[in-house]
Ligand binder design. Structure first.
Ligand code: NAD
Ligand code: LMR
Length: 340
Protein backbone atom coordinates (compact mmCIF):
# COMPACT_ATOMS: atom_id res chain seq x y z
CA UNK A 1 0.00 0.00 0.00
CA UNK A 2 2.78 2.38 0.89
CA UNK A 3 4.45 1.81 -2.48
CA UNK A 4 1.11 2.56 -4.22
CA UNK A 5 0.84 5.76 -2.22
CA UNK A 6 4.41 6.62 -3.12
CA UNK A 7 3.91 6.10 -6.84
CA UNK A 8 0.60 8.02 -6.77
CA UNK A 9 2.18 10.96 -5.07
CA UNK A 10 5.08 10.80 -7.52
CA UNK A 11 2.57 10.85 -10.41
CA UNK A 12 0.70 13.77 -8.86
CA UNK A 13 3.95 15.64 -8.31
CA UNK A 14 4.98 15.05 -11.92
CA UNK A 15 1.64 16.08 -13.35
CA UNK A 16 1.65 19.26 -11.23
CA UNK A 17 5.12 20.10 -12.49
CA UNK A 18 4.22 18.77 -15.90
CA UNK A 19 7.50 17.65 -17.42
CA UNK A 20 9.49 15.00 -15.62
CA UNK A 21 9.53 11.59 -17.28
CA UNK A 22 11.99 8.74 -17.57
CA UNK A 23 13.37 10.41 -20.71
CA UNK A 24 13.70 13.74 -18.92
CA UNK A 25 14.41 13.02 -15.27
CA UNK A 26 14.48 15.79 -12.67
CA UNK A 27 17.66 17.84 -12.99
CA UNK A 28 19.13 20.35 -10.60
CA UNK A 29 21.31 23.15 -11.97
CA UNK A 30 23.30 25.46 -9.69
CA UNK A 31 24.71 28.80 -10.83
CA UNK A 32 27.58 30.19 -8.72
CA UNK A 33 27.89 33.94 -9.27
CA UNK A 34 24.19 34.14 -10.16
CA UNK A 35 23.75 37.82 -9.26
CA UNK A 36 26.47 39.02 -11.65
CA UNK A 37 26.46 40.40 -15.16
CA UNK A 38 26.47 36.90 -16.66
CA UNK A 39 24.74 35.22 -13.73
CA UNK A 40 21.47 37.15 -13.99
CA UNK A 41 20.66 36.59 -17.68
CA UNK A 42 22.00 33.03 -17.38
CA UNK A 43 19.60 32.43 -14.47
CA UNK A 44 16.78 33.71 -16.67
CA UNK A 45 17.74 31.44 -19.57
CA UNK A 46 18.12 28.37 -17.34
CA UNK A 47 14.72 29.10 -15.78
CA UNK A 48 13.30 28.89 -19.31
CA UNK A 49 14.99 25.54 -19.99
CA UNK A 50 12.36 22.76 -19.77
CA UNK A 51 15.05 20.21 -18.78
CA UNK A 52 15.72 22.03 -15.50
CA UNK A 53 13.50 21.07 -12.56
CA UNK A 54 15.43 22.83 -9.81
CA UNK A 55 17.49 25.99 -10.21
CA UNK A 56 19.80 27.02 -7.41
CA UNK A 57 21.12 30.59 -7.55
CA UNK A 58 24.19 31.27 -5.38
CA UNK A 59 26.28 34.42 -4.94
CA UNK A 60 28.02 36.27 -2.12
CA UNK A 61 25.34 39.00 -2.39
CA UNK A 62 22.15 39.86 -4.22
CA UNK A 63 20.72 36.39 -4.83
CA UNK A 64 17.48 36.78 -2.82
CA UNK A 65 16.37 39.49 -5.24
CA UNK A 66 17.45 37.68 -8.39
CA UNK A 67 15.83 34.44 -7.21
CA UNK A 68 12.55 36.14 -6.23
CA UNK A 69 12.43 37.89 -9.60
CA UNK A 70 13.24 34.85 -11.76
CA UNK A 71 11.00 32.55 -9.69
CA UNK A 72 7.87 34.41 -10.82
CA UNK A 73 8.33 33.19 -14.40
CA UNK A 74 5.73 30.52 -15.14
CA UNK A 75 8.08 27.78 -16.25
CA UNK A 76 8.56 24.46 -14.38
CA UNK A 77 11.96 24.98 -12.69
CA UNK A 78 11.72 25.64 -8.95
CA UNK A 79 14.07 28.52 -8.11
CA UNK A 80 15.89 29.05 -4.82
CA UNK A 81 18.37 31.75 -3.90
CA UNK A 82 21.38 31.17 -1.63
CA UNK A 83 23.76 33.79 -0.29
CA UNK A 84 27.10 33.56 1.46
CA UNK A 85 29.41 30.73 2.53
CA UNK A 86 26.93 29.28 5.03
CA UNK A 87 24.43 28.52 2.26
CA UNK A 88 26.83 27.25 -0.40
CA UNK A 89 26.53 23.59 0.63
CA UNK A 90 22.74 23.61 0.41
CA UNK A 91 22.90 25.44 -2.90
CA UNK A 92 25.09 22.67 -4.34
CA UNK A 93 23.56 19.57 -2.74
CA UNK A 94 22.15 17.20 -5.40
CA UNK A 95 23.23 19.31 -8.39
CA UNK A 96 23.58 17.60 -11.76
CA UNK A 97 25.22 20.60 -13.42
CA UNK A 98 27.09 23.47 -11.72
CA UNK A 99 27.76 26.56 -13.82
CA UNK A 100 30.44 28.96 -12.52
CA UNK A 101 30.38 32.57 -13.75
CA UNK A 102 31.79 33.91 -10.42
CA UNK A 103 34.65 36.37 -10.33
CA UNK A 104 35.83 39.69 -11.70
CA UNK A 105 35.61 40.65 -15.39
CA UNK A 106 38.20 42.54 -17.49
CA UNK A 107 38.46 46.28 -17.98
CA UNK A 108 40.04 47.84 -21.10
CA UNK A 109 43.79 47.20 -21.29
CA UNK A 110 43.65 43.99 -19.24
CA UNK A 111 44.30 40.45 -20.41
CA UNK A 112 42.28 37.54 -19.06
CA UNK A 113 45.39 36.44 -17.19
CA UNK A 114 45.29 39.74 -15.26
CA UNK A 115 42.17 38.31 -13.54
CA UNK A 116 44.10 35.30 -12.25
CA UNK A 117 45.05 36.71 -8.84
CA UNK A 118 41.44 37.29 -7.80
CA UNK A 119 39.57 34.61 -9.71
CA UNK A 120 41.92 31.68 -8.98
CA UNK A 121 41.10 31.87 -5.26
CA UNK A 122 37.35 32.20 -5.91
CA UNK A 123 37.34 29.18 -8.22
CA UNK A 124 39.44 27.14 -5.82
CA UNK A 125 37.04 27.79 -2.93
CA UNK A 126 33.95 27.04 -5.01
CA UNK A 127 35.43 23.81 -6.39
CA UNK A 128 36.38 22.69 -2.88
CA UNK A 129 32.69 23.03 -1.97
CA UNK A 130 31.61 21.19 -5.14
CA UNK A 131 33.92 18.28 -4.25
CA UNK A 132 32.24 18.12 -0.86
CA UNK A 133 28.59 18.64 -1.72
CA UNK A 134 28.02 17.43 -5.31
CA UNK A 135 31.11 15.50 -6.42
CA UNK A 136 29.25 13.89 -9.33
CA UNK A 137 28.02 17.12 -10.93
CA UNK A 138 29.17 18.29 -14.35
CA UNK A 139 31.08 21.53 -13.83
CA UNK A 140 30.81 24.26 -16.48
CA UNK A 141 33.64 26.73 -15.82
CA UNK A 142 33.05 30.23 -17.18
CA UNK A 143 35.30 32.24 -14.81
CA UNK A 144 38.43 33.58 -16.47
CA UNK A 145 41.18 32.87 -17.20
CA UNK A 146 39.52 29.61 -18.33
CA UNK A 147 42.91 28.27 -19.54
CA UNK A 148 44.01 28.31 -15.87
CA UNK A 149 40.76 27.99 -13.88
CA UNK A 150 39.93 24.58 -15.41
CA UNK A 151 43.32 23.12 -14.37
CA UNK A 152 42.80 24.66 -10.89
CA UNK A 153 39.43 22.89 -10.64
CA UNK A 154 40.99 19.60 -11.77
CA UNK A 155 43.70 19.82 -9.11
CA UNK A 156 41.18 20.69 -6.37
CA UNK A 157 39.05 17.68 -7.34
CA UNK A 158 42.12 15.39 -7.53
CA UNK A 159 43.15 16.46 -4.05
CA UNK A 160 39.64 15.73 -2.76
CA UNK A 161 39.65 12.35 -4.54
CA UNK A 162 36.61 13.26 -6.66
CA UNK A 163 38.20 14.14 -10.00
CA UNK A 164 36.48 12.69 -13.04
CA UNK A 165 37.90 14.16 -16.24
CA UNK A 166 34.59 13.45 -17.97
CA UNK A 167 32.82 15.97 -15.76
CA UNK A 168 34.93 19.12 -16.00
CA UNK A 169 34.39 21.59 -18.84
CA UNK A 170 35.83 24.98 -19.67
CA UNK A 171 33.04 26.88 -21.44
CA UNK A 172 34.37 28.06 -24.81
CA UNK A 173 30.94 28.20 -26.48
CA UNK A 174 31.11 31.99 -26.82
CA UNK A 175 34.07 31.59 -29.18
CA UNK A 176 31.96 29.26 -31.31
CA UNK A 177 28.97 31.62 -31.15
CA UNK A 178 31.19 34.50 -32.33
CA UNK A 179 32.89 32.45 -35.07
CA UNK A 180 29.47 31.41 -36.41
CA UNK A 181 28.14 34.98 -36.39
CA UNK A 182 31.21 36.55 -38.02
CA UNK A 183 31.52 33.78 -40.64
CA UNK A 184 27.84 33.99 -41.60
CA UNK A 185 28.10 37.76 -42.01
CA UNK A 186 31.18 37.57 -44.22
CA UNK A 187 30.22 34.49 -46.25
CA UNK A 188 26.62 35.67 -46.72
CA UNK A 189 25.09 32.39 -45.49
CA UNK A 190 22.16 32.02 -43.04
CA UNK A 191 23.64 32.24 -39.54
CA UNK A 192 21.38 29.55 -38.14
CA UNK A 193 22.81 27.00 -40.60
CA UNK A 194 26.45 27.71 -39.70
CA UNK A 195 28.79 25.43 -37.81
CA UNK A 196 32.43 26.28 -37.02
CA UNK A 197 34.63 24.32 -34.62
CA UNK A 198 36.86 26.45 -32.37
CA UNK A 199 39.78 24.66 -30.70
CA UNK A 200 42.72 25.43 -28.40
CA UNK A 201 41.87 27.54 -25.38
CA UNK A 202 39.98 30.69 -24.38
CA UNK A 203 42.34 33.69 -24.59
CA UNK A 204 43.76 35.61 -27.56
CA UNK A 205 45.80 33.45 -29.92
CA UNK A 206 44.90 30.28 -27.99
CA UNK A 207 41.41 30.66 -29.54
CA UNK A 208 41.71 28.90 -32.91
CA UNK A 209 38.60 28.86 -35.11
CA UNK A 210 38.78 26.23 -37.87
CA UNK A 211 37.12 28.11 -40.72
CA UNK A 212 38.44 25.52 -43.21
CA UNK A 213 35.85 23.16 -41.63
CA UNK A 214 33.02 25.72 -41.50
CA UNK A 215 29.69 24.63 -42.92
CA UNK A 216 28.03 25.59 -45.18
CA UNK A 217 31.36 25.85 -47.04
CA UNK A 218 32.01 29.13 -48.81
CA UNK A 219 34.26 29.67 -51.79
CA UNK A 220 33.76 33.44 -51.72
CA UNK A 221 36.21 33.98 -48.83
CA UNK A 222 39.83 34.89 -49.56
CA UNK A 223 42.76 33.92 -47.35
CA UNK A 224 42.75 37.55 -46.19
CA UNK A 225 39.09 37.22 -45.19
CA UNK A 226 39.84 34.02 -43.23
CA UNK A 227 42.72 35.70 -41.41
CA UNK A 228 40.53 38.71 -40.54
CA UNK A 229 37.71 36.43 -39.31
CA UNK A 230 40.22 34.50 -37.19
CA UNK A 231 41.57 37.69 -35.62
CA UNK A 232 38.09 39.02 -34.94
CA UNK A 233 37.10 35.77 -33.23
CA UNK A 234 40.28 35.80 -31.13
CA UNK A 235 39.68 39.44 -30.17
CA UNK A 236 35.90 39.13 -29.74
CA UNK A 237 36.08 39.43 -25.96
CA UNK A 238 38.32 42.50 -26.19
CA UNK A 239 35.92 44.09 -28.72
CA UNK A 240 33.16 43.90 -26.08
CA UNK A 241 35.42 44.98 -23.19
CA UNK A 242 36.40 48.10 -25.15
CA UNK A 243 32.83 48.89 -26.22
CA UNK A 244 31.69 48.60 -22.59
CA UNK A 245 34.48 51.03 -21.68
CA UNK A 246 35.15 49.94 -18.10
CA UNK A 247 31.71 48.47 -17.36
CA UNK A 248 32.84 44.84 -17.72
CA UNK A 249 32.98 42.23 -20.46
CA UNK A 250 30.53 40.12 -22.43
CA UNK A 251 27.54 39.21 -20.28
CA UNK A 252 24.50 38.78 -22.53
CA UNK A 253 26.17 36.81 -25.34
CA UNK A 254 28.01 34.83 -22.64
CA UNK A 255 24.76 34.03 -20.85
CA UNK A 256 23.38 32.78 -24.17
CA UNK A 257 26.52 30.70 -24.81
CA UNK A 258 26.50 29.35 -21.24
CA UNK A 259 22.85 28.36 -21.60
CA UNK A 260 23.54 26.58 -24.90
CA UNK A 261 26.40 24.63 -23.33
CA UNK A 262 24.50 23.72 -20.16
CA UNK A 263 21.54 22.59 -22.28
CA UNK A 264 23.90 20.32 -24.24
CA UNK A 265 25.22 18.87 -20.96
CA UNK A 266 21.66 18.20 -19.74
CA UNK A 267 20.69 16.57 -23.04
CA UNK A 268 23.80 14.38 -22.84
CA UNK A 269 22.95 13.38 -19.26
CA UNK A 270 19.42 12.54 -20.38
CA UNK A 271 20.74 10.22 -23.10
CA UNK A 272 19.99 12.34 -26.16
CA UNK A 273 22.34 11.02 -28.85
CA UNK A 274 24.85 13.00 -30.96
CA UNK A 275 25.26 16.03 -28.72
CA UNK A 276 28.53 17.63 -29.79
CA UNK A 277 29.92 20.95 -28.56
CA UNK A 278 33.42 22.44 -28.37
CA UNK A 279 34.82 22.62 -24.84
CA UNK A 280 38.15 22.96 -23.00
CA UNK A 281 38.61 19.55 -21.41
CA UNK A 282 41.27 17.08 -20.34
CA UNK A 283 42.60 15.88 -23.64
CA UNK A 284 45.08 13.78 -25.59
CA UNK A 285 44.32 15.53 -28.87
CA UNK A 286 47.68 17.37 -28.55
CA UNK A 287 50.56 16.97 -26.11
CA UNK A 288 48.85 19.51 -23.80
CA UNK A 289 46.87 18.07 -20.85
CA UNK A 290 43.86 20.34 -21.51
CA UNK A 291 42.66 21.47 -24.90
CA UNK A 292 39.41 22.70 -26.44
CA UNK A 293 37.99 20.63 -29.26
CA UNK A 294 34.71 19.05 -30.27
CA UNK A 295 33.38 16.81 -27.50
CA UNK A 296 30.54 14.29 -27.64
CA UNK A 297 28.41 14.58 -24.50
CA UNK A 298 26.68 11.65 -22.87
CA UNK A 299 25.21 10.21 -19.69
CA UNK A 300 28.48 10.60 -17.80
CA UNK A 301 29.59 13.92 -19.28
CA UNK A 302 32.35 13.62 -21.89
CA UNK A 303 31.67 10.53 -23.96
CA UNK A 304 34.36 11.17 -26.55
CA UNK A 305 36.90 13.90 -27.18
CA UNK A 306 36.92 14.30 -30.95
CA UNK A 307 40.07 14.95 -32.96
CA UNK A 308 40.93 18.09 -34.88
CA UNK A 309 40.18 16.80 -38.39
CA UNK A 310 42.08 18.20 -41.35
CA UNK A 311 43.63 21.65 -40.82
CA UNK A 312 44.68 24.27 -43.38
CA UNK A 313 48.32 25.39 -43.36
CA UNK A 314 47.20 28.64 -41.67
CA UNK A 315 45.42 26.67 -38.94
CA UNK A 316 48.40 24.32 -38.50
CA UNK A 317 50.58 27.37 -37.89
CA UNK A 318 48.01 28.81 -35.47
CA UNK A 319 47.99 25.52 -33.58
CA UNK A 320 51.76 25.50 -33.14
CA UNK A 321 51.75 29.19 -32.15
CA UNK A 322 49.19 28.76 -29.38
CA UNK A 323 50.82 25.84 -27.59
CA UNK A 324 53.42 27.83 -25.61
CA UNK A 325 50.91 30.26 -24.08
CA UNK A 326 48.33 27.57 -23.41
CA UNK A 327 50.92 25.32 -21.74
CA UNK A 328 52.08 28.07 -19.39
CA UNK A 329 48.50 29.08 -18.48
CA UNK A 330 47.71 25.46 -17.63
CA UNK A 331 50.89 25.15 -15.56
CA UNK A 332 50.12 28.39 -13.74
CA UNK A 333 46.75 26.99 -12.66
CA UNK A 334 48.22 23.67 -11.51
CA UNK A 335 50.96 25.45 -9.56
CA UNK A 336 48.44 27.74 -7.85
CA UNK A 337 46.26 24.82 -6.82
CA UNK A 338 49.23 23.04 -5.26
CA UNK A 339 50.77 26.07 -3.64
CA UNK A 340 47.77 27.39 -1.72
P1 NAD B 1 30.36 40.34 -12.58
O1 NAD B 1 31.33 41.06 -11.73
O2 NAD B 1 29.26 41.10 -13.20
O3 NAD B 1 29.71 39.14 -11.77
C1 NAD B 1 30.49 38.24 -11.05
C2 NAD B 1 29.68 37.75 -9.87
O4 NAD B 1 30.49 36.82 -9.15
C3 NAD B 1 29.27 38.86 -8.88
O5 NAD B 1 27.87 38.83 -8.67
C4 NAD B 1 30.02 38.50 -7.62
O6 NAD B 1 29.33 38.82 -6.43
C5 NAD B 1 30.17 37.01 -7.79
N1 NAD B 1 31.20 36.42 -6.94
C6 NAD B 1 32.39 36.92 -6.55
N2 NAD B 1 33.00 36.08 -5.70
C7 NAD B 1 32.17 35.03 -5.54
C8 NAD B 1 32.22 33.83 -4.79
N3 NAD B 1 33.26 33.55 -4.01
N4 NAD B 1 31.18 32.99 -4.86
C9 NAD B 1 30.11 33.26 -5.64
N5 NAD B 1 30.00 34.37 -6.38
C10 NAD B 1 31.02 35.24 -6.33
O7 NAD B 1 31.22 39.58 -13.73
P2 NAD B 1 30.68 38.89 -15.06
O8 NAD B 1 30.67 39.87 -16.16
O9 NAD B 1 29.45 38.14 -14.75
O10 NAD B 1 31.89 37.87 -15.36
C11 NAD B 1 32.15 36.79 -14.50
C12 NAD B 1 33.36 36.01 -15.00
O11 NAD B 1 33.09 35.38 -16.26
C13 NAD B 1 34.62 36.85 -15.24
O12 NAD B 1 35.74 36.15 -14.74
C14 NAD B 1 34.69 36.95 -16.74
O13 NAD B 1 36.00 37.18 -17.20
C15 NAD B 1 34.18 35.60 -17.14
N6 NAD B 1 33.73 35.48 -18.53
C16 NAD B 1 34.01 34.32 -19.19
C17 NAD B 1 33.58 34.14 -20.49
C18 NAD B 1 33.88 32.87 -21.22
O14 NAD B 1 33.72 32.84 -22.45
N7 NAD B 1 34.27 31.80 -20.57
C19 NAD B 1 32.84 35.15 -21.12
C20 NAD B 1 32.55 36.31 -20.43
C21 NAD B 1 33.00 36.47 -19.12
C1 LMR C 1 34.97 36.83 -23.55
O1 LMR C 1 35.52 36.14 -24.39
O2 LMR C 1 34.10 37.68 -23.84
C2 LMR C 1 35.29 36.62 -22.10
O3 LMR C 1 36.37 35.75 -21.93
C3 LMR C 1 35.46 37.91 -21.34
C4 LMR C 1 36.70 38.66 -21.71
O4 LMR C 1 37.40 39.10 -20.79
O5 LMR C 1 36.97 38.86 -22.89
Amino acid sequence: RSSLLKSTSELLRRSRRGYASSANPERKVAILGAAGGIGQPLSLLMKLNPLVSSLSLYDIAGTPGVAADVSHINSPALVKGFMGDDQLGEALEGSDVVIIPAGVPRKPGMTRDDLFNINAGIVKALCTAIAKHCPNALVNMISNPVNSTVPIAAEVFKKAGTYDEKKLFGVTTLDVVRAKTFYAGKAGVPVTDVNVPVVGGHAGITILPLFSQATPASNSLSQQDIEALTKRTQDGGTEVVEAKAGKGSATLSMAYAGAVFADACLKGLNGVPDIVECSFVQSTVTELPFFASKVRLGKNGVEEVLGLGELSDFEKKGLENLKGELKSSIEKGVKFAHGN
